[in-house]
Design a protein around this ligand. Structure first.
Ligand SMILES: Nc1ncnc2c1ncn2[C@@H]1O[C@H](COP(=O)(O)OP(=O)(O)OP(=O)(O)O)[C@@H](O)[C@H]1O
Length: 580
């Protein structure tokens, strides 16, 4: 924790020193006020000296105002440092997440990654904010209070021998009770996010399969667990407050009783007793602050561990130090004995791709067909390095992709993922993701090739039409066409279409591929598809089965040589049947 705090706070060293000085100043003044108060009572009031009382009163007012100013500034600057630290942490977590591979996101789970970047960072900010107040004020008040109290009366200080251990003992018990709940609370928040994400993004499936009741129960179960944990935390912290107040009251009553008797015997003055009560309250408040730190610490530690898990995980896909940028990409792709496993360290888990070798040439279309889950998407992922091969090599223009600068490689690739995802914003923003400086003509041309021009033109906002998160305000087919247009705007050397035509009707699919031909005449095109009509004209078709390439050839060749291909063809309607 200390190492973590030192690292995250080091950019704000200057501001931190300022906060420390302000806290020192305000704590010192807070400690000084009761001393003047005692003087007023013992000299001013005792001697009925109005001028002295007035003079000391003005002094107290001035000190109180300065103390107020210093503590306000300390609060403002402290909060500023905490919030900026939170912002930095979120940025660092985001920077890591954005470079995570599909495997890493899959193994940790998206909901927990979101909770860590938001909720956990918030916990750390809260802790740091409190720490800034307590770390200076608590020791100052404790030591200052103790020195002043002892200087007033050693005999009265005996009360501390009971109250301080009592407060510390109570804190330790609370800590032990509350810690397991804090741990469980974070895990439950993760689970809650997972369920909500599942249900909101799968709302149509929930309705279609009338899963509402089951899903409601699932949500209520986790919600119930979470509120049970929160109630337990609430009960424990709720009990803490009165116990602490009771201890403080016990100290005050004991002091007034003991102090009263001593004042009666002339051992101390009344003003001294009143000052003493205030010093003791400083000591007890400092003990309370220290206890709060120890209670907040474990919760923050849980969050820090979760954040550090992300910050310390090295993405397996990074630019090498000697990564380079070729002058121009032609777009030739070659796989050489490529094997890929999502769990390379676990021999029990079979690789998803096994000994894949093929080349896709610029100006040619390579199609991949095969049963669901046979590894087609994973194969495409190897090209833009969404995942790195476990064995073998993927070459682009004869260069190992792992030696290329990732950003530049990305620029050479136009990828249309299986789940056509659009970002919230406008259509134009989304298309410009393909090429930020594209002209209006280029954007419309891409839409026209992707067979999306017509429905965009019909919308009164045209290119400025709004896109909801994920593109959910479009039909599956429209989304696919817009995602294709985004790839075309880039005019890349390599086009990767992952089942990108599946939601298009037969005619649109055909027209789109026809319009694509002139645009892709110098580029390598790889199309993953389930429909024979989509891939029939490809220059080469790879038939995949259980992670292996089972056969390669044109449609005609495969009709002669591959039994699997023949079976796929036989299972689908013929062109004539579709047309009729
Ligand atoms: N992140 C992941 N972690 C572990 N296994 C995964 C992950 N993603 C995919 N897989 C597994 O890898 C195998 C191949 O998945 P892939 O998505 O490449 O298949 P596909 O041929 O594209 O399937 P489909 O035709 O259904 O899209 C599947 O068995 C799948 O369960």
């Amino acid at each position: 924790m200390t190492g973590f705090l030192r690292r995250v706070l080091s950019p704000y060293r200057g501001l931190l020193i300022l906060v420390i000085l302000l806290q020192l100043g305000q704590s010192f003044l807070t400690m000084y006020l009761p001393t003047i108060n005692s003087r007023v009572i013992d000299y001013g009031v005792a001697n009925a000296d109005a001028a002295y009382i007035m003079h000391q009163g003005i002094l107290m007012l001035g000190i109180a105002l300065i103390q107020f100013l210093l503590s306000t500034l300390a609060g403002i600057f402290g909060a500023k440092v905490a919030l900026m630290t939170g912002r930095d942490l979120r940025e660092q977590v985001y920077e890591k997440l954005i470079h995570f591979s599909r495997r890493m996101i899959g193994s940790m789970g998206a909901p927990t990654l979101i909770t860590r970047a938001t909720n956990d960072v918030q916990q750390v900010i809260q802790f740091i904010t409190f720490l800034f107040t307590a770390i200076i004020a608590a020791p100052m008040m404790f030591i200052g209070g103790l020195v002043l109290a002892l200087s007033q009366s050693v005999k009265l200080s005996v009360v501390l021998l009971v109250t301080i251990p009592l407060l510390l003992g109570v804190s330790v018990v609370f800590l032990k009770l509350i810690l397991p709940y804090y741990r469980e609370q974070q895990t439950k928040i993760d689970e809650m996010n997972t369920v909500l994400r599942d249900q909101i993004s799968g709302i149509r499936v929930v309705k279609a399969f009338t899963k509402e009741q089951g899903e409601k129960e699932r949500f209520e179960r986790i919600n119930g667990d979470l509120s049970r944990i929160n109630t337990s935390i609430g009960k424990i912290t709720g009990l803490m407050q009165p116990i602490f107040t009771l201890t403080m009251s016990f100290a005050n009553i004991s002091l007034i009783w003991l102090g009263g008797r001593m004042a009666g015997n002339g051992q101390v003055q009344i003003g001294q007793v009143i000052g003493f009560v205030t010093y003791i309250s400083f000591i007890l408040t400092a003990t309370l602050m220290a206890s709060m730190i120890f209670i907040m610490l474990p919760r923050a530690e849980v969050s820090v561990t979760r954040i550090e898990e992300i910050l310390n995980s090295e993405s397996e896909i990074q630019d090498r130090e000697d990564a380079f940028l070729p002058e121009q990409f032609r777009g030739e792709i070659c796989f050489e004995h490529v094997t890929y496993s999502y769990a390379p360290d676990n021999e029990q888990v079979e690789p998803v791709l096994k000994d894949i070798s093929f080349c896709a040439q610029p100006g040619k279309t390579t199609a991949i067909i095969g049963s669901t889950g046979c590894g087609k998407t994973t194969l495409l992922d190897m090209i833009p390095r969404l995942a790195d091969v476990t064995e073998g090599t993927v070459f682009v223009d004869g260069m190992d992709v792992r030696k290329l600068l990732r950003h530049e490689l990305d620029q050479a690739i136009g990828m249309v993922p299986q789940k056509a995802f659009l970002f919230s914003g406008t259509l134009e923003d989304n298309l410009r993701d393909g090429k930020p400086d594209a002209t209006q003509e280029e954007l419309w041309e891409a839409l026209s090739i992707a067979q999306a021009k017509e429905f965009v033109e019909k919308n009164e906002r045209g290119l400025k039409m709004k896109i909801s998160e994920g593109g959910t305000n479009f039909s599956g087919g429209q989304r696919q066409r817009l995602a294709i247009a985004r790839a075309i705007v880039r005019r890349p050397s390599i086009y990767l279409f992952d089942d990108s035509f599946s939601a298009l009707d037969y005619r649109t699919d055909q027209e789109l591929r026809r319009a694509l031909k002139p645009v892709t005449q110098n580029a390598a095109v790889i199309i993953v598809a389930q429909r024979i009509s989509t891939i029939k004209d490809a220059d080469q078709i790879l038939v995949m089965n259980q992670g292996r390439i089972e056969a390669v050839g044109t449609h005609e060749e495969l009709m002669q040589s591959s039994r699997t291909y023949q079976e796929i063809v036989a299972s689908q309607p013929t062109d004539k049947e579709v047309a009729s």
